[in-house]
Write a protein that binds this ligand. Structure first.
Ligand code: HEM
Length: 270
């Protein structure tokens, strides 16, 4: 099988310096231009020692298929909603107390006393629904455009794992305010997990952190919600994006390929 190694794209013309014109003064003049020059020097210093710009160009400056449209932004939108959840989550974690006696009170403090607390809490709460909606829309786009087919099957499978992890985030986050609604809804959710074949009872035991639903359950949900699952999502997202850059995106189904499927497969395997 031929090696599918894509070359690093050349520096785009927009980023290349323009040729000098006689009679024009070059170099930074205003303080803002000096600041820009200093930033460019710092970036250049890092790049000379790491060669990271080649990787960044490889990731960002790519040719996309004809017919690429707004539906292709749904994956990035999902990623940005995750990043927003991560940032707002860090600020909430500074005030939230994962204790069965103090969790509810700490959420009230965030909403009523902390500067911009209600706003950040609201962003996190509504952002979670946003992420779930966006991930389903993105999955629908890849499904209807046939992007799950060869050679992108693995990226679909990683996507399924990301979907399960995103749902786990929603489920574990729901208990954290520890009010009546979240408490009883989480008991129902854990019991539903317990009805699963074979692993069900073990899964519900793991989620409850013991035979009874209580203080230990809250700590367990909190650890899963803010450490285990976001870490796994970040890692899988990185791999998902690597494969997108490696394989490129799929053309929309209405853009017809010039060569036949068979011919293309022969080319790849020769
Ligand atoms: C945290 C969740 C996810 C993030 C951040 C994410 C991000 C992305 C991004 C940025 C792309 C590039 C093209 C585009 O945006 O359409 C992409 C492509 C893709 N994603 Fe996702 N994705 C996620 C979840 C999923 C899920 C749930 C599935 C399916 C089960 C999936 C399957 C795919 C496939 C097959 C492609 C290749 C599309 C193509 O070749 O045109 N992704 N993803």
């Amino acid at each position: 099988m031929a090696k599918l190694k894509l070359p690093v794209p050349p520096v785009p013309p927009q980023l290349k310096p323009l040729p000098k014109r006689p009679g024009k003064v070059y170099g930074p003049q205003t303080p803002i231009e000096h600041a820009g020059e200093a930033a460019a020097t710092a970036v250049g210093w890092i790049d000379e020692r790491t060669s990271l710009s080649g990787g960044a160009r490889w990731m960002m400056f790519r040719k996309v298929p004809k017919g690429t449209n707004w539906f292709y932004t749904l994956g990035s939108a999902t990623m940005f909603s995750f990043l927003s959840q991560a940032v707002t989550g860090v600020f909430l974690a500074m005030y939230y107390v994962p204790s069965s006696t103090r969790a509810y009170e700490s959420i009230r403090t965030i909403n009523n006393d902390v500067f911009l607390g209600e706003f950040v809490h609201g962003m996190h709460k509504w952002g979670s629904s946003m992420m779930v909606i966006l991930i389903f829309l993105h999955m629908g786009r890849t499904f209807f455009f046939g992007a799950y087919k060869y050679p992108r099957e693995l990226n679909w499978v990683i996507g399924v794992a990301l979907l399960i992890l995103t749902m786990t985030m929603s489920f574990t986050g729901y208990l954290l305010p520890f009010d009546q609604r979240s408490y009883w809804a989480s008991i129902v959710g854990v019991n539903i997990n317990g009805t699963g074949p074979l692993v069900g009872p073990y899964l519900s035991d793991f989620l409850r952190a013991g035979p009874n639903f209580g203080a230990t359950t809250l700590s367990r949900f909190y650890a899963i919600h803010m450490l285990l699952v976001p870490g796994a999502i970040a890692a899988l997202m990185g791999f998902h994006l690597f494969l997108v850059a490696r394989l490129g995106t799929t053309a929309p189904p209405w853009v017809r390929a010039k060569s036949s499927e068979q011919l293309r497969e022969e080319k790849v395997s020769s």
